[in-house]
Design a protein around this ligand. Structure first.
Ligand code: IPM
Ligand code: MG
Length: 356
């Protein structure tokens, strides 16, 4: 039976990079059926809403979602702010599809070690940030102004079950890696963090094959720069994960190369998920055939791994990407001054031929 993949290219460079990811999936699997829908600014222009009901319905009827990027200067002034592409499309997609487990691997690739802002070997790292994605300060209410606009209120709430389910994902992923979780919180100040630490501590006792330690978020931010190689899985709440995953990605020296997965409940060894590059819509280079499609292509590899249990093909794609980088092929974002850059489509071509 064929499997349905919802393709949401979005804005800016989203469509260009997503096209390359779809080409790669088409080359590898003959049982995928792709259906494209509008999201973000493109959807807002079309229908006045960044996440039309038809797009959400398509996602619900699909086996996985491949997402490009949303947003751009054209949409920054939309009122109310809840209708802006990032907030009006991405956040409701996450909550409506119950995508509470955000997996953000950050691994330095050998061919790009010299691009890390950390000197020499110090930039070498291979970690995964497991970020809780549908709770905490991003979603809790009230969020409002009081006192004639002079007081602003955001609310942070975590419930035990929300911590349990993201931690379960973290244990599962740790078991496929080096079996070490650092749970990151601010338990010296925040009540939500004390609950978080309590729950993770209990779960560590019933999962003794994984080593669990706890770290305060400010210390973690510092440790990432001091010695990023010490981390295997970082398990953390929504906002800390947002910040730490940007920090970790930059240490790889290649923001444009990193994929991510946002996952729901596991079922029969696979899991419904939305897969997207961590980079944004890069409106300044949109439509110029300049964008790096690697993050989108590696997101397609994550789609195979998590939603279809197809580790073999996921690894094939990852190996193809590493090999084109080792051959010295570079899009403009990583070309530096010595190499002349290739285009988005040429990078897609190169990865396709490396797959064969
Ligand atoms: C991310 C982004 C989003 C977030 C924004 C665009 C709402 O920064 O996916 O990390 O904060 O979650
Ligand atoms: Mg972010």
């Amino acid at each position: 039976m064929s499997k349905k993949i919802a393709v949401l290219p979005g804005d800016g460079i989203g469509p260009e990079v997503t096209t390359q990811a779809v080409r790669v999936l088409e080359a590898i699997r003959s049982d995928f059926e792709f259906e494209t829908a509008l999201v973000g600014g493109a959807a807002y222009d079309d229908s006045g809403h960044p996440l039309p009901a038809s797009t959400l319905d398509l996602c619900r009827a699909s086996d996985a979602v491949l997402f490009g990027a949303v947003g751009g200067p054209k949409y920054d002034k939309i009122q109310p702010p809840e209708m802006r592409p990032e907030v009006g499309a991405l956040l409701p997609l996450r909550s409506e599809l119950n995508l509470y487990a955000n997996v953000r691997p950050a691994k330095t690739m050998k061919a790009l070690l010299s691009s890390s802002p950390l000197r020499g070997d110090r930039g070498r790292m291979d970690l995964v940030v497991m970020r809780e994605l549908t709770g905490g300060i991003y979603f809790a209410r009230p969020r409002e102004r009081r006192d004639n606009g002079n007081t602003a209120v955001d609310t942070c709430i975590y419930r035990r079950h929300e911590v349990v389910r993201i931690a379960e994902h973290a244990f599962a992923i740790a078991r496929q890696r080096r079996r070490e979780i650092v749970s990151v919180d601010k338990a010296n100040v925040l009540e939500t963090s004390r609950l978080w630490r309590e729950v993770v501590t209990e779960m560590a006792q019933s999962n003794p094959d994984v080593k669990v330690t706890h770290m305060l978020v400010d210390n973690c931010a510092m440790q990432l720069v001091r010695d990023p190689g010490q981390f295997d899985v970082i398990l953390t709440e929504n906002m800390f994960g947002d910040i730490l995953s940007d920090e970790a990605s930059m240490i790889t020296g290649s923001l444009g190369l990193l994929p991510s997965a946002s996952l729901s409940d596991p079922k029969d060894g696979t899991v419904f998920g939305l897969y997207e590059p961590i980079h944004g819509s890069a409106p300044d280079i949109a439509g110029l055939n300049k964008a790096n499609p690697i993050a989108a292509i590696l997101s397609a590899a994550m789609l195979l791994r998590y939603s279809f249990n197809d580790t073999e093909n996921a690894e094939r794609i990852e190996a193809a990407v590493e090999s084109v980088l080792e051959d010295g092929l570079r899009t403009a974002d990583i070309a530096g001054t010595e190499t002349s850059p290739i285009t988005t489509v040429e990078m897609g071509d190169a990865i396709l031929s490396a797959l064969k």
